[in-house]
Design a protein around this ligand. Structure first.
Ligand code: NAI
Ligand code: MG
Length: 499
């Protein structure tokens, strides 16, 4: 019987760590240390203290993992039927649910987020694995009968060995939303989690093996981006790379992939506009605007980090957001606070730097704008929910991804200005509009240059809706049936039949 949530929290809070955490790479079904013996520590952002260590891997471990994945890609895994692939995924989803509490506590310790948010992420992990389990046996090609002389059909085949590079903000579900369709499509996987959140990926690999996945089909190599990530994406045997993270690293990964003509899905940053028109339902819009930016301390690629607000309601709307922001409790993710920590001290410094520079430029910081500590722990990397009012479009807090709990406000007059302001960045990930007028809603949804739009809701889309970016926010789509397409390639077969 697995330990309950309260037992796990008690153990973590009293000892500062958890027993039974994974310690090594998961390669070819085995726990494997780095040949060099090198190790790294992972920190609990809620205390700022190291709480576990893991293998600091490099080219040697990456090579071993790719070799195992390649052997299986063209060996046993190819012969596993789509029905059986789906069954393995379903069992894995079931195991994620059975181990949800432990996964959530580890995700909180590793990433810094609140336990409630971590539980949501783990629940989403099970859902997305189940979603692709259901698609595994629904992959088929078509018959093209435009010539009487030939029978022509297409085969939908797995792309081959895939690499998955994962960031630290949603370490469990971001991994799952890539590996589940990859496995459903018949690909094999080598994944590299972020160096600050490596543990849940290892736990997930273990659960997939327990679900019956053959050794070598799913491998997880831990280490830094330069030591473990770079040799993985550079390897010629990798036929596809799914990357989630910063634009800078994403562009590098895309360039490397193109050298080997490997395909990519790049899920990069965002600077997503939250548009509230003058006729919106203000109670709902204010509530949603608060959580669109302050959830997970703003460390969400699709956070609503810009409030595009009609001048007619600007003052009241902002006052209400500020009041709610001031009421948000910030503290250790296992301690019951509304919002947890910033994942790492570099990120905290980056967030605060944006706010300090905004102050130097004379911008109005209406709340937050300061770091915080968890009183009980006397440490941790926290940032108070922050709002910067009335910022011009060309300001860096409008143009750049801060990736922290900082909401920047753009004041507009009417729908035309709202659309122009919303589209004013190089990003195009998420967006929303709040209005009671259906024509205005549809007009804005049509004219926003973003991968997804919500109306009178934020993050309205589920696992069944394609997710991805326009412009610098990325290439390709994850989730939905399109998320499976990214792992398939088409072979056309023509047979002459006029003999
Ligand atoms: P990053 O993009 O450098 O890291 C993401 C992943 O890429 C990590 O697993 C990292 O180890 C790996 N990586 C780094 N260099 C690599 C390389 N040369 N080859 C292969 N893999 C490599 O992001 P970082 O440094 O953690 O955060 C920097 C900024 O990125 C944040 O301030 C935030 O603005 C943005 N970010 C955006 C995310 C999103 O979901 N869109 C997630 C995390 C960060
Ligand atoms: Mg950590």
């Amino acid at each position: 019987m697995s330990a309950s949530l309260s037992q796990l929290i008690e153990e973590a809070r009293s000892t500062g760590t958890l027993s039974g955490l994974p310690k090594s790479n998961f390669i070819d079904g085995q726990w494997v240390d780095a040949e060099s013996g090198a190790r790294m520590e992972t920190y609990d952002p809620g205390t700022g203290k190291a709480y576990a260590d893991f293998a600091a891997s490099g080219a040697a471990e990456v090579d071993r993992a790719i070799a195992a994945a390649e052997r299986e890609q063209y060996g046993r895994w190819r012969d596993v039927t789509p029905q059986e692939r789906g069954a393995i995924l379903r069992r894995a989803a079931q195991l994620v649910e059975e181990n949800a509490e432990r996964l959530a506590v580890v995700e909180t310790l590793d990433s810094g987020k609140s336990i409630g948010e971590a539980q949501g992420d783990v629940a989403g992990t099970a859902r997305v694995i189940n979603y692709y389990a259901g698609l595994a046996d629904k992959i088929h090609g078509e018959t093209i009968n435009s010539r009487r002389s030939h029978l022509t059909y297409t085969l939908r085949e797995p792309l081959g060995v895939t690499a998955h590079i994962i960031p630290w903000n949603y370490p469990t579900s971001t991994l799952a939303r890539g590996i589940a369709p990859a496995l459903a499509a018949g690909c094999t996987v080598v994944a590299k989690p972020a160096e600050t959140t490596p543990l849940t990926a290892l736990m997930l690999a273990d659960l997939f093996q327990k679900a019956g996945l053959p050794d070598g089909v799913l491998n997880v190599v831990t280490g830094t981006g330069s030591e473990a990530g770079a040799p993985l994406v550079e390897d010629k045997r990798i036929r596809h790379i799914t990357f989630t993270g910063s634009v800078r690293t994403g562009v590098q990964v895309g360039q490397v992939a193109m050298r080997n003509v490997a395909s990519t899905i790049l899920e990069l940053g965002g600077k997503s506009p939250f548009i509230a028109l003058a006729d919106c339902d203000m109670d709902r819009a204010v509530d949603d605007a608060v959580w669109a930016i302050y959830s997970n301390a703003g460390q969400i690629c699709s956070a609503g980090s810009r409030l595009v607000i009609d001048r007619a309601i600007h003052e009241e709307f902002v006052a209400r957001v500020v009041e709610k922001a001031r009421g948000i409790t910030v503290g250790h993710g296992l301690g019951g606070a509304d919002v947890g920590a910033i994942n790492n001290p570099m990120q905290l410094e980056k967030v605060h730097g944006f706010v300090e520079r905004a102050r130097e430029r004379g911008r109005t910081v209406l709340c937050g704008g300061e770091t915080a500590t968890d009183a009980e722990n006397g440490g941790g990397w926290f940032y108070r929910p922050t709002l910067i009012d009335n910022v011009p479009s060309d300001d860096e807090v409008i143009q750049d991804e801060i990736f922290g709990p900082v909401l920047s406000v753009q004041v507009v007059d009417g729908i035309e200005e709202a659309i122009t302001a919303a589209n004013c960045t190089d990003f195009g990930l998420m967006s929303c509009v709040y209005t009671q007028d259906v024509s205005k809603a549809l007009r804005v949804a049509r004219d926003l240059d973003t991968g997804q739009v919500s109306v009178n809701d934020y993050w309205a889309n589920g696992w069944d809706v394609p997710f991805g970016g326009t412009k610098l926010s990325g290439i390709g789509r994850e989730k939905g049936t399109e998320g499976l397409e990214g792992y398939l390639q088409t072979k056309g077969v023509s047979i002459r039949i006029d003999g």
